[in-house]
Design a binder for this molecule. Structure first.
Ligand code: GAL
Length: 379
């Protein structure tokens, strides 16, 4: 063959091999399986630092990845959608090898995820499913429907309609309750609410539970961005509008500790919390330290403990699998349809925490110390 043809063939081969690399520059092959951890960066995008759970999540993921020698780019987005989009864009341009994302709005990251897919960067949705995109490769979370069921059961137990073992309680009601849900743009909010409502509905239908405000649809009870102040305001409005006839709220379904604290503040400001006017059972989620103290003090009824250490560990396992060009192991391949595809998921179990199992679940497991629980503040 002439030298000219050889050169031409050589450039075809080069072009082909570049194309196989997804159009990236030479040497930037998207396979990371042979790379050392120190040469790999994991972008971790978290929604907000206003809630301690996400701070704990971010820290756990970062610690675990750093301990394995990876570089970590951890960013918080202040609950602001454009900020999160920009941070993820930047992670991509700065060469992240895997992305772990807890989305603020589950539908707002499609173009970022497309950019990641174009560069063959795997995307792991962390606790919150990212919707309307085919470019979500894996989902790590808890069994979110069961969280809702557990919240409803905690409310029924708090009211005495169920016993702690789940059998029928001695109370008969009827009880006035109010319902709260999370942010409508968070896929989880829908799972929590449907798990809870499926459990409460028979009691509502039987007249044992009465939602005095009449607000039973998720759109009526949702709290945008899971804001504590918004929940407090809604509870204040409910008290003024629906309980101005001397009747009392006797139970509140709350899907998240931050909302629960807002609800409790509104109730306390309206005089609830004395022997004559007791604090109704208010549920929660996340075992945030300020709420664990309230539970310990007999103010909040319960929370659903989701061990962020375990969630972080699953995210790290999934990230490592992708970095080694493997597929992470899912334990659920049916539930989480994001509107475009069913995303393979790894779901962790949840535990309901009341005052009497704070020690077993949260202190003995090393999640908090007894001092932190007493102080209501984590070190
Ligand atoms: C949800 C999450 C809950 C709670 C809430 C508010 O997505 O599943 O555990 O943290 O956000 O941050």
């Amino acid at each position: 063959m002439s030298r000219k043809i050889l050169v031409a063939l050589g450039s075809v081969a080069l072009a082909l091999s570049l194309a196989a690399c997804g159009g990236e520059g030479a040497g930037d092959d998207s396979s990371t399986s042979g790379d050392k951890p120190a040469d790999l960066t994991i972008g971790v995008s978290m929604p907000t630092q206003t809630s301690e759970r996400w701070i704990a999540d971010g820290n756990s993921v970062k610690e675990k990845l750093t301990a394995k020698g990876y570089k970590v780019d951890l960013q918080y987005a202040n609950d602001d959608i454009p900020t999160q989009s920009q941070q993820v864009d930047q992670m991509i341009t700065q060469g992240a090898d895997v992305l772990i994302i807890a989305a603020i709005d589950g539908t707002a990251l499609s173009s970022q995820l497309q950019a990641a897919a174009d560069k063959k960067i795997p995307v792991i949705a962390y606790d919150r499913l990212i919707r309307d995109s085919k470019n979500v490769d894996f989902y790590v979370s808890f069994d979110n429907y069961k969280v809702g069921v557990a919240q409803a059961n905690a409310l029924l137990t708090g009211l005495g309609l169920l016993k702690a073992d789940g059998s029928k309680g001695t109370a008969t009601g009827p009880f006035n309750i109010e319902l709260f849900a999370g942010s409508l743009d968070d896929n989880n909010a829908h799972f929590f609410f449907s798990g809870a409502m499926d459990t409460l509905k028979p009691f509502i239908d039987a007249g044992t539970l009465k939602v005095k405000s009449g607000q039973t649809k998720i759109e009526q009870v949702a709290i945008l961005r899971w804001q504590q102040e918004t929940a407090q305001k809604r509870m204040e409005d409910l008290l003024t509008k629906s309980y101005n006839d001397g009747s009392k709220v006797q139970g509140v379904l709350s899907p998240y500790d931050g909302l629960s604290r807002g609800i409790i503040t509104a109730l306390q400001n309206a005089g609830y919390g004395s022997a004559a006017n007791p604090m109704p059972p208010v549920t929660g989620q996340d075992a945030e330290i300020a709420s664990v103290k309230l539970i310990n003090d007999g103010v909040q009824n319960s929370t659903i403990f989701k061990d962020t250490r375990l969630l972080a560990e699953q995210a790290v396992i999934a990230a490592e699998a992708f970095l080694q060009d493997k597929t992470p192991t899912a334990n659920d391949t049916k539930t989480y349809d994001n509107g475009v595809k069913v995303v393979p998921s790894y779901l962790l179990p949840v535990v309901t925490v009341y005052k009497d199992n704070i020690k077993k679940e949260l202190i003995d497991s090393g999640y908090y110390t007894a001092e932190e629980v007493a102080a209501g503040q984590a070190k």
